[in-house]
Design a binder for this molecule. Sequence first.
Ligand code: SAM
Length: 322
Amino acid sequence: MQKAISTANGGTSDFVRALHDGLSEPQKNIPSRFFYDANGSLLFAEITTLEEYYPTLTELSILEQNADQIAADAGPNCLLVEFGSGSGFGSCKKTEILLDKLENVAGYVSIDISPTALLEAEQRRLERYPTLQVSAVVADFSRKLNLSGVAEGARRVGFFPGSTVGNLLSDEVVDLLSNFREILGQDSLLVVGLDLQKDHGTLLKAYDDSKGVTAAFNLNLLERANREAAANFDLSAFQHKAIYNSVMERIEMHLVSLRAQEVTVAGITFDFREGETIHTENSHKYTIEGFTALCLKAGWRVERIMTDPKRMFGVFALKIAG
Ligand SMILES: C[S@@+](CC[C@H](N)C(=O)[O-])C[C@H]1O[C@@H](n2cnc3c(N)ncnc32)[C@H](O)[C@@H]1O
C-alpha cells in the first residue's frame, strides 16, 4: 500500500481567519468545513448510525442495488477518487460497495480535510484490501488538487457521496463540479450522492436527533474554537438549532446565544445579543431537475440517476458533456 499525505487547508490559522471574518458579519457564521476535527469526525460517524439520519442507509441501499451498473459505467482498470471520504461504518461501506464491484481497480485516492477521518478509515481498509494502492490526501477538495503520479494513465472515477455537495451554495456547486472535472479529466465518471426534497418533518428530525448527537456535533465547533483559536465560548450559553429555510430549500444549522454575552477569539471580542445565532451549516435539498441543471452548468451531463423507491435520495452518475 502506498500512502501520500499532503497538507490541508482548514488548519488553525485558516480557522482563526474564518472565525474573525464570519463572526464580524451581520449574520454571524462559521464555515461547515471546520466541523471535522478529530472529535467532529467521530461525531459525524455516530450521526450516520442514527435512525433519524436516513441519508446514509438510503444511499447505501441505492449503491448496493446499482453497484453492477456503476461498475459497468466506470469500466475496468479505473482509479477511484473519493472526495470527503469520511470514516465510520456507513461512510466506509459506501466506498467498499464500489471497490468490491469495480473491475481490476487501479487504486483508490481518499481525499478529506480531516486527518482523523482518513486514519480511521485507513485502518479498516488495510484489513479488507491489503494489496490495494491507496493514497490518503489531507486537503480541502475545493482547492486545486494535483493527482499527477497517482496511477498515471488510469481512467478516473470520482465518488462524492453523503450529500456533502448539499453544503454548498449553487454557485459553489458549479465551481466545485468544474474543479472535479479538471481533476478527473476527460473520459471520467463522477458519482454524486445527493439528498432530495421531502417533507420538512423528516428533514428536521435528521438534523436534530433525539439523542443529541447532532447538537454535540454543532457545539463541537465552539469547543474547537476554544482549543485551537484561543476563544472563550461558554458552551452552556449556546444551543443547537435546526430550521428548514423554505425560500432557500435547505436545512440550516445554527448555534443560538442563550443570553447577551461577549466572546473573545484570538484577541478580538465579539458581542452576542440574546437569541442571536451563528449559522454553521446549510444542507440544500434538491429536485432531480434542479441538480441536473447545475451539473450541466459545470460541464457534466447526467448519464444515470439512481434513487430509492420513496425518492428520498439520489445517486447521480455524471459524464463530461460534449
Ligand atoms: C457529510 S460528511 C460525508 C462523509 C462520507 N463521504 C459519507 O458519505 O458518509 C462530509 C465529509 O467531507 C469532509 N469535508 C468537508 N468539507 C471538506 C472540504 N472542504 N474538503 C475536504 N473534505 C471535506 C468531512 O471531513 C467529512 O468527512
